[in-house]
Design a binder for this molecule. Structure first.
Ligand code: FAD
Length: 572
């Protein structure tokens, strides 16, 4: 398949290479490609491998097939912790520090092809499926859907001869090419080179990846730092500016939070997005953080306390506690990222083809090719200034989702050796949460949260907030709540508080801030109460749009996060 697509020569010295495989099968082709990429001098910085699958193989089957090849088997071992929860839909898996990305699209081929948003550089086409669920038949309609994912010059390697498919490919603009003598019988190659002008309804940014250069990210919380790391992995020089002297002094200064998917009976948009986001956050935690110290794949027990009696608890095995500040630090320490504290951005100005970021006195703080506003509740006021300074851009903040501030307080204390046997062995959430045994200095602490109060209201005293957290604890873990009530009453519980930035539909906002062919000003904000579940997903979505890369989620889910999505009904 590789030689059929002119690889590895074709991808030498390219920034990124995007492969579409019509059937993941049992993964052999993927691991061969990964191996070839690893062994190519001057390989592309980023390898995207998008594979369709009716039903992914089990890890046992996958490893059994690779038994005779220790090098491929070792590559497959990297998948082990991520090879779980592969339900219908898109799943982004990460290799080699995020330089090789597998997007596994589980479902019927045509539906999965229609959800793609990128142009492939190479296509591996199997006429008959080799996956465990058997053949996925090709038709003129699926070939048309495939052609939609190709740019002029995309090369196809077709594994098995299928005359009908050849005719369909020709009709859809592929030129079938003469076969080299050493090609296995039945396979052939083709190139997408239609005799007509290719029309696309895709966004301009997808068909025209942005040239890699310099970028400023405003805000050094989870949103900004994850965007910075995602862009730096792709070769961008990223300057992160924050008004605070240190990173993560806003909501991301949260001492510990839960990375846990949202579940709903109808598997709503929020549930599907949070599942994708949790998977991607756990990858980052595994590769960057110290397990047991900065994070732990603890699992979480979700109590269903919405009033319906006797609903069983839900066990989330793929859930973790995590210290956001540690992760922000690690992202900002990635090569290509610099942090500038005490840098409150008050306005922006355009200078030739660049953006100048100005402080309150109008002094330049940075001058860059592109800017991302990842400053949570600070984004809309800054945008209003920019709109006033640069009316020609046509920024329409009123067309963005409404953003609100929601205050929150956690109650926490060090474990003191009493009531230890009453604490659950893992975090519990539901209406509120309790996170036990988090390493802090020489001891460990417990956390109970969190309150919700719109920031237009007068802040409540800490004591009132502690009491509402105690009420949450009494519902979640009644015996523990009764035992800790004394500590709440005697005032030996501490408070951590900050403000979440929340959109009306409870989904983050990621996208360009004005309509143009190549908009240089982007927003990544409104992580709400789930910054740990959404920040990596949003950063990868933004970077994918800049680089014309495959999206980590299907087109429908990606659209639900766009900045100009209009107001949608509030999602719980
Ligand atoms: C009590 C509480 C409990 C929570 N628990 C959880 C949890 O368990 N799990 C979870 O996933 N999430 C949780 N969250 C939510 C999570 O903390 C947020 O979603 C996340 O931190 C938001 O990240 P951010 O980068 O968007 O915002 P922030 O961390 O607030 O970062 C925005 C940054 O922008 C900077 N800034 C603003 N304006 C400017 C400007 N003009 N110039 C320069 N810098 C600027 C600020 O200084 C700040 O550092 C909780 C939040 C709270 C308050």
């Amino acid at each position: 398949m590789l030689t059929g697509c002119g690889l590895p020569q074709a991808w030498r010295q390219q920034q990124a290479w995007r492969i579409l495989d019509s059937d993941f099968g049992r993964g052999l082709q993927f691991f061969r490609t990964l191996q070839a990429w690893k062994n190519t001098p001057l390989r592309p910085r980023l390898l995207h491998y998008v594979a369709l699958s009716l039903a992914p193989p089990s890890m046992d089957d996958l490893l059994a097939d690779l038994a005779g090849d220790p090098e491929l088997r070792e590559l497959a071992q990297e998948l082990l912790p991520e090879w779980t929860g592969l339900l219908p839909g898109f799943h982004r898996l990460s290799f080699q520090g995020g330089q090789a990305l597998l997007t596994l699209c589980v479902g019927e081929s045509m539906a999965m092809l229609r959800e793609q948003q990128f142009f492939a550089d190479s296509v591996f086409l199997r006429a008959a499926g080799t996956g465990p669920a058997g053949a996925q038949p090709w038709s003129i309609w699926s070939v048309k859907a495939l052609a939609r994912c190709c740019r002029r010059g995309t090369r196809l390697a077709v594994a098995a001869d299928a005359p009908v498919l050849q005719a369909d490919l020709t009709q859809c603009g592929f030129e079938i090419q003469a076969l080299p003598n050493d090609t296995p019988s039945g396979s052939y190659q083709a190139e997408f080179n239609p005799r007509w002008t290719i029309k696309t309804t895709r966004q301009h940014s997808i068909s025209h990846p942005v040239a890699i250069g310099s970028c400023a990210v405003i805000g050094a919380g989870l949103a900004g730092a994850s965007v910075a790391a995602a862009l730096a992995r792709r070769g961008w020089r990223v300057q992160v500016l924050d008004q605070g002297a240190e990173p993560a002094l806003g909501a991301s200064g949260l001492p510990v939070g839960l990375v846990v998917p949202h579940v709903s009976a109808d598997d709503c948009t929020l549930s599907r997005l949070s599942r994708a986001g949790v998977r991607m956050m756990l990858q980052q935690a595994r590769s960057l953080l110290r397990q047991g110290q900065d994070w732990e794949l603890s699992g979480t027990r979700e109590r269903q306390l919405d009033g319906t009696p006797d609903l069983p608890d839900i066990w989330h095995a793929q859930a973790a506690w995590l210290k956001p500040g540690q992760l922000v630090q690690r992202w900002l320490a990635q090569p290509g990222v610099t942090f500038q504290g005490n840098a409150r951005v008050a306005d922006l100005r355009q200078k030739q083809n660049q953006w100048e970021l100005l402080d309150a006195l109008g002094q330049p703080l940075a001058c860059v090719d592109r800017v991302v506003l990842a400053n949570a509740g600070g984004a809309l006021p800054l945008l209003a200034r920019v709109q006033a300074s640069l009316p020609a851009l046509g920024i329409r903040p009123e067309q963005l989702p409404t953003l609100h501030g929601v205050r929150g307080q956690l109650s926490w204390a060090m474990h003191d050796g009493n009531q230890e046997d009453l604490f659950p062995s893992h975090p519990v959430n539901g209406s509120g949460s309790v996170i036990p045994a988090i390493p802090m200095g020489s001891g460990s602490a417990w956390f109970v949260g969190s309150t919700y109060q719109p920031d237009q209201l007068t802040p409540l005293p800490d004591e009132r907030n502690h009491q509402s957290n105690l009420q949450r604890l009494l519902r979640l873990c009644p015996t523990l709540g009764q035992a800790l009530a004394k500590r709440f009453a005697e005032g030996s519980v501490q408070a951590w508080k900050n403000t979440r930035c929340v959109s009306a539909d409870r989904l983050p906002v990621v996208g360009p801030l004005y309509q143009a062919d190549n908009p240089g000003l982007w927003l990544c904000a409104a992580m709400g109460s789930r910054g740990l579940s959404f920040s990596v997903l949003c950063a990868e979505l933004l970077a994918a749009q800049w680089g014309g890369e495959p999206m980590p989620v299907d087109a429908g889910l990606a659209r639900s996060l766009q900045a100009f999505r209009g107001e949608s009904p509030r999602i719980k």
